[in-house]
Design a protein around this ligand. Structure first.
Ligand code: COA
Length: 200
């Protein structure tokens, strides 16, 4: 995809203290909230953090192979340290992710991740993954709503998700997000585009 601004993010130069500027801390705190799911269960929603790398690897290790293929379009039984670092060290603008977690302190577990990555000045690509036993309980719907509001506030206009055409649940989450959606089918994949300039 065309990218006009992707060079803004330079992970090699971004140490943890840089990632945690006072501005970012305040914004991330504002995002943290408790979610009550449709079945009454309570989980926490927050921005992903650099110190989540090992938690993300543990989360990945609990995913079924079907869920991994739906997310990555290939088998990937292990999330390597380098990839976990990439997925947790974000600039919260060009790259942003929300997680749902359970437990606290040493017992805290990631159970879902919804993220975006900027691809042009006005468009970002979305990716979703929810731990199997937590799927179908409204977590993606809740995380996506918050992430779209965040993206909208940063001037993004369209948010794209590429999914296997057989992924009915993913399609439902996008269609129910409350924004106009268009879809394009090619080679077994569906590209769903949300226009977040409009109602939401
Ligand atoms: C696809 C996936 C991300 C969806 O996440 P989720 O947390 O399970 O989704 P939710 O529970 O929020 O929403 C899905 C369900 O809610 C329903 N739903 C959501 N919003 C709704 C609304 N406003 N009104 C009615 N129904 C709604 C959907 O129809 C769907 O119904 P189901 O529970 O019968 O399947 C998750 O299942 C997953 O991780 N799958 C494997 C990885 C993957 O496919 N990733 C996507 C490719 S990037």
């Amino acid at each position: 995809m065309n990218s006009t601004v992707s060079t803004l993010y330079k992970p090699a130069e971004l140490d943890d203290s840089a990632a945690w500027s006072a501005y970012q801390r305040a914004e991330m705190a504002a995002i943290t909230q408790t979610l009550r799911l449709r079945d009454g269960e309570v989980v926490t929603m927050r921005a992903i953090r650099p110190d989540d790398a090992q938690r993300l690897q543990a989360f990945h290790a609990r995913l079924s192979s079907d869920t991994i293929v739906m997310r990555y379009f290939r088998a990937a039984p292990v999330l390597y340290e380098k990839d976990a670092r990439w997925l947790t060290h974000l600039d919260y603008d060009n790259r942003m992710a929300l997680v749902a977690t359970t437990g606290e302190g040493a017992d805290e577990r990631i159970i879902a991740v919804v993220r975006y990555e900027r691809v042009t000045a006005s468009e970002a690509e979305l990716a979703f993954v929810v731990e199997d036993r937590w799927q179908g309980r409204g977590i993606s719907t809740a995380l996506l709503a918050r992430l779209l509001a965040y993206a909208k506030a940063r001037g993004f206009e369209t948010m794209v998700a590429v999914t296997l055409a057989t992924n009915v649940r993913m399609r439902a989450v996008m269609v129910h997000a409350g924004y106009p959606v268009t879809s394009h089918y090619a080679d077994g994949c569906l590209t769903l585009t949300l226009d977040i300039r409009r109602a939401g």
